[in-house]
Design a protein around this ligand. Structure first.
Ligand SMILES: Cc1ncc(COP(=O)(O)O)c(C=O)c1O
Length: 419
């Protein structure tokens, strides 16, 4: 859909990445590591003023003023280097410590950075290394649908059998619900674990404490693992709170936390994430990770450590910027007849289009194509997120991680075509 969005000049609300800059501290952390080469020089670059740099380089003020920023950094580059090179495959000690402290700060449990944390290439590689380490071909996995496509795709690669449980929209309550009997039924013989994505893409559901308590007790009763994809952990609205299943009683030893800076750092292209695993599985996960990709990029791990050490407010207030965007898109879509349970978290809307004049009789693909070609707004057909049944056929997914102006423009285009 992104390719089609570019082709048709559409406002691209299909893929989940932002068009706004990440926190500078993250970016600088990567740049400082790549240019600084070692910790001593990075510290020097962190503190260096332009006046000091001018003196250090022995230039007159006029000659200094003529330097481009690029030439300045080239002259400040450390000729010695550690941080553009291979480092520990399972992650810099500094970053693993930062991940442990960050986890403790938000969820009050402190995984041992030496025995439980592996730095990976985003949640995507994190989940695949975990599934390969923990499951055997033929094992079944409970997957909630609508789902993120990597769950069925990775299951297919590793010969695993997804058992789908459908989340259903309770329009009156304005939320998405999980049927406990269906989850229980999916946890039959051969089931190895449950993939839990909360806050959830694409519905925006935040699994409530009772949902997670139920999953925790089921995992213990049936001896299952939980694989928790928590990459939208800080994007929650209306007083909802994200809870980490690994922190629930008895879950520490059977939960694999999959996380990354893709969303928290607005840096989907950095490909830095982490896995927190029960100690008994860490060596295996690290071996698979090392064999597949060796490591996440060293300078970007340095930047990530800086991000994770930011004040609580950086993370706790993250939802606020998205909240305005969320309501802008909700209102824009409702204006032309979409029905929406406003997302409780993440930055997606799963919108029912069966009451939208001009769309209501179309298949999800035809509706999405009509919106791209005629209105100039790109979304994703809802059936893409389902493997069984036809409940996805009434929905389109829209991402609202774009700038407010882009979302307002999308609203105007929708009204013009459908209003
Ligand atoms: C639920 C979910 N999990 C995982 C990913 C991919 O994460 P990463 O970029 O860390 O690999 C996405 C990306 O949109 C996602 O929505």
């Amino acid at each position: 859909m992104t390719r089609l969005a570019v082709q048709h000049g559409a406002v691209n609300l299909s893929q989940g990445f932002t068009d706004e800059a990440p926190l500078f501290e993250l970016v600088w952390g990567g740049v400082a590591a790549a240019v600084g080469g070692d910790d001593e020089h990075i510290e020097h670059l962190d503190r260096l003023t332009l006046g000091q740099a001018c003196n250090e380089l022995g230039l007159s003020a006029d000659a200094f003023a003529e330097l481009s920023l690029k030439d300045l950094l080239a002259r400040l580059q450390n000729p010695r280097d550690r941080f553009n090179q291979y480092s520990f495959p399972f992650g810099l000690p500094e970053l693993r410590q930062a991940i442990a402290d960050y986890t403790n700060r938000f969820y009050a449990f402190h995984p041992d950075p030496d025995t439980r944390i592996t730095v990976v290439l985003g949640a995507t590689e994190g989940l695949s290394s975990v599934l390969r380490a923990v499951c055997e071909p033929g094992d079944a996995l409970v997957v909630f649908q609508p789902f993120h496509e990597m769950y069925p795709s990775q299951s297919a690669i590793f010969g695993l059998e997804p058992r789908y449980v459908t989340l259903r929209e309770d329009r009156a309550a304005g939320t998405w619900t999980m049927d406990r009997d269906e989850v229980r039924a999916a946890c039959g013989p051969g089931t190895r674990g449950i993939i839990v994505n909360t806050p959830h893409n694409p519905t925006g559901k935040v699994f409530q404490h009772e949902d997670l308590e139920f999953i925790a007790s089921l995992c213990q009763e049936r001896d299952l693992f939980a694989f928790t994809d928590e990459i939208y952990e800080h994007i929650v609205y209306d007083g909802h709170r994200h809870e980490c299943l690994a922190g629930f009683d008895g879950m520490d030893e059977r939960t694999f936390v999959i996380n990354s800076i893709s969303k928290t750092g607005s840096a989907t292209g950095w490909r830095v994430g982490w896995v927190i695993s029960p100690e008994a599985y860490t060596t295996r996960i690290r071996a698979i990770h090392d064999t597949l990709v060796i490591q996440a990029p060293t300078p970007l791990q340095k930047g990530t450590a800086r991000l994770l050490r930011q004040d609580d407010a950086v993370f706790r207030d993250m939802w606020q910027a998205y909240d305005r965007k969320r309501m802008t898109l909700v209102e824009g879509l409702r204006q032309v007849g979409f029905q929406i349970s406003p997302p409780e978290g993440s930055y997606y809307l799963f919108a029912n289009y069966r009451q939208v004049p001009g769309l209501k009789d179309k298949s999800p693909m035809d509706a999405a194509m009509f919106l791209i070609e005629t209105a100039g707004v790109a979304s994703v057909p809802g059936d893409n997120f389902y493997r069984i049944g036809n409940e996805g056929d009434d929905y389109l997914r829209f991402a609202f991680c774009r700038s407010l102006e882009a979302l307002q423009e999308a609203g105007r285009r929708l009204v013009k075509t459908l209003g």
